[in-house]
Design a protein. Structure first.
Length: 176
C-alpha cells in the first residue's frame, strides 16, 4: 500500500501563479516516487497537487466539507466528504503518513498548528512534516525558539526551500 502525503495550502492560487506551479511539481514528484497525495480537495494548491499526482498515476485523495459551496478538484481520484471543518482537519491529519505545508493563509496556519501540536504533545505519532516558503520557514524559526524555551520537542517541522528538498526529506524519512 502506498504511503500518503497530506499537502496543506491555499485555495486561491491560479494555474499561472508560482504557488500553483510549485504544488503541481510537488504532486508530480511525489507520484513518481510512489506516494499518494491527500489535500483538502478544492482549487488552488489542492487542485495543483492533485493534478500532478493523478497525471503521474498516483491516487489524489480529497478530504472535502461543503461549507463554502466550492467545487472539488476534477483531478481527485477519491473524495472523502466530511460534515464539519474539524472533522475534515482530523481526517487530513489521520490520512497522512507525512505532511507538506505550502503557501497559505489562516486555514493553512491552523492545519500546520494542529499537526505540530499533536506531535509535540504525543497525541500523534511523529511523522515527517516539511514546510515551504519564506513565510513558513520564518514562522518555524520563531516558534522553535519558544518551543525550545518550553522544553518541548524541536525539529518536528522541516523548513525547505525547494520541491526537491521536500521530496528527498520525505523519502528519507518514510523509506527506511
Amino acid at each position: 500500500m502506498n504511503k500518503t502525503i497530506t499537502i496543506f495550502g491555499s485555495s486561491l492560487p491560479k494555474q499561472n501563479d508560482e504557488e500553483y506551479k510549485t504544488a503541481y511539481i510537488l504532486g508530480c514528484e511525489l507520484a513518481k516516487k510512489g506516494y499518494s497525495v491527500c489535500t483538502g480537495g478544492y482549487q488552488g494548491i489542492m487542485d495543483a497537487a492533485s493534478k500532478g499526482a493523478a497525471e503521474n498515476g498516483s491516487e489524489a485523495i480529497g478530504i472535502t466539507v461543503d461549507l463554502w459551496g466550492a467545487v472539488p478538484s476534477k483531478y481527485l481520484t477519491r473524495e472523502i466528504e466530511c460534515t464539519t471543518l474539524f472533522e475534515r482537519i482530523t481526517k487530513l491529519v489521520e490520512t497522512g503518513d507525512g505532511y507538506v505545508i505550502l503557501q497559505g493563509g489562516t486555514g493553512t496556519l491552523l492545519e500546520l498548528a494542529v499537526v505540530w501540536e499533536l506531535m509535540n504533545k504525543n497525541l500523534l505519532k511523529t511523522k515527517p512534516a516539511a514546510c515551504h516558503s519564506n513565510m513558513w520557514n520564518n514562522i518555524v524559526k520563531v516558534m522553535e525558539v519558544q518551543i525550545n524555551k518550553e522544553g518541548r520537542k524541536t525539529g518536528l517541522i522541516k523548513p525547505c526551500n525547494t520541491v526537491e528538498q521536500i521530496v528527498e526529506y520525505l523519502d528519507t524519512q518514510l523509506k527506511f
